[in-house]
Design a protein around this ligand. Structure first.
Ligand code: CA
Length: 339
């Protein structure tokens, strides 16, 4: 059902839209227009770069818009497909979920060809764009709900060769931290569908909240370019942490449920530690203050594992069951490669 004027086999730079049929009260034959840019030659490796999977995550949307304008087709080796705002209705509304159908793009895969708008977009990626791509880059941040230490991320895929390539690309982002995460909140994720199709998948959590510091934009934009150089998709010299005069990236993982601290009751959340700092098991990470009973002592949130505070809840007002902090354990690259 999704159509586009883009010819994916054509050389040069094309700017167009994915058009998704959407009928509403004041528009019977309306379409949702999702901007897309394709740069390069119609042969060679293909990199698909996405952001705005969640509409309230802006770091990647800005990085992709800038890259799409700047890329010279003559300097692209292969083909780069750029979609800055994948869940365009959500990006337009500054929401995590689509305002059209209430769906979470990152739980909509593999999608349905005649489903709601979000599901149709997912289906187009699953059946058209992923098969074209060798590499899929999906740039996330914590959105309005979480604040992350800016980090590149990945899943621990079973295939060792795929895992090694993903690990190398994740580290090429040159962030201070890299993070392996577990899917504690459901199925239907975009990266999982791409991984299942054998793609090299690179993801990130580039900070969060709505006030994005300039440094986080720099990490996002420089990292994206360096990963593209690392992949051989654009010309340029690859930087490493060492060549930038920085210590190695700290590799971390949070694969167990107890690493994800959930609010035991509603109230006002106070973080007690700095993001990225080391946490001991049993250490108090923060507090939930009782809005209605300030005379009661606040409820402490105690780390169930040791590691680094990799992310915290962004809004202070918290409902029972909200994730307020994640503790990620250090892990070696050798252990991740499985040798
Ligand atoms: Ca996200």
């Amino acid at each position: 059902m999704v159509v586009t004027s883009i010819d994916f086999g054509k050389s040069g730079k094309q700017q167009g839209f994915l058009q998704v049929p959407y009928s509403h009260n004041l528009g019977g034959w309306a379409n949702v227009f999702i901007p897309i840019t394709v740069v390069g030659q119609g042969h060679g490796p293909t990199v698909l770069i996405l952001a705005g999977n969640h509409g309230d995550e802006y770091q990647g949307q800005i990085a992709i818009m800038k890259l799409a304008r700047e890329l010279d087709p003559e300097r692209v080796k292969g083909r780069i497909i750029l979609i800055p705002s994948l869940n365009f209705p959500a990006a337009h509304a500054a929401t995590r979920l689509s305002p059209l159908d209430g769906m979470n793009m990152n739980r909509a895969f593999p999608g349905q060809p005649e489903g709601p708008v979000t599901s149709q977009i997912a289906h187009f990626l699953t059946t058209v764009l992923f098969p074209l791509a060798d590499t899929v880059i999906d740039i996330h941040s914590g959105g309005r709900s979480m604040e992350f230490v800016p980090c590149s991320t990945m899943h621990l895929v079973a295939d060792r060769a795929q895992r090694a390539r993903m690990l190398a690309a994740m580290l090429a982002w040159n962030a201070d931290f890299a993070f392996l995460y577990a899917d504690i909140a459901g199925t239907g994720l975009l990266p999982v569908e791409a991984e299942n199709q054998g793609k090299l998948v690179v993801t990130t959590e580039m900070g969060g909240g709505e006030a994005v510091p300039a440094e986080v934009h720099r990490i996002t934009q420089n990292g994206l370019r360096n990963v593209l150089i690392h992949l051989g998709a654009i010309e340029g010299r690859e930087h490493t942490r060492a060549s930038l005069g920085k210590p190695p990236t700290i590799l971390t993982q949070a694969l167990h449920r107890e690493d994800y601290l959930l609010a035991p009751e509603s109230g006002i959340f106070e973080i007690g530690l700095d993001l990225g700092s080391k946490v001991k098991r049993g250490q108090t990470v923060g507090f939930i203050h009782h809005l209605e009973r300030p005379d009661r002592a606040p409820e402490p949130l105690v780390a169930q594992s040791a590691g680094y505070l990799i992310t915290m809840r962004a809004p202070c007002l918290t409902q029972q069951g909200d994730c307020v902090a994640v503790i990620a354990q250090p892990v070696s690259a050798r252990a991740l490669r499985g040798n």
